[in-house]
Design a protein around this ligand. Structure first.
Ligand code: AMP
Length: 112
């Protein structure tokens, strides 16, 4: 499958990993919009939030715990941060492998 995040998972593409376990990996975004900008992804290829199945319930819970770890590792657990998953065209999703942006390290604004 021609998916850049699957290539990061299987080591074909390099990444700056923050955290990895059997089911998930978290790595620095190549084009960060804030001092902390980490992508947390499942190793399993799921195209977007819309493609999460009932069989993925445990995995999605686990991803939330991975995000907690990422927040602690990067220090934004102390200051606050934002978690975003973009979906489809209007959501401006550019990589079609489920990923959660963990963004922080500065005061964020809220605008769509
Ligand atoms: P989205 O636009 O929500 O699909 O987010 C995709 C994100 O992946 C963007 O913020 C990109 O900067 C980031 N990205 C694309 N390729 C890479 C890569 N090879 N390593 C790290 N981040 C990447």
């Amino acid at each position: 499958m021609d998916c850049i995040f699957c290539k990061i998972v299987n080591g074909e593409l390099p990444s700056q990993k923050v955290y990895e376990d059997e089911f998930a990996v978290a790595f620095h975004d190549i084009n960060p919009i804030a001092p902390v900008h980490v992508l947390t992804i499942p190793k399993k290829h799921i195209s977007s939030l819309l493609d999460i199945g009932t069989e993925d319930k445990e995995l999605i819970g686990h991803l939330h715990q991975v995000i907690q770890n990422v927040a602690r590792i990067t220090g934004v657990d102390k200051t606050g941060f934002r978690v975003i998953t973009n979906i489809g065209e209007h959501g401006q999703q550019s990589v079609h492998h489920l990923h959660y942006h963990v963004i922080g390290g500065r005061q964020l604004e809220w605008k769509a």
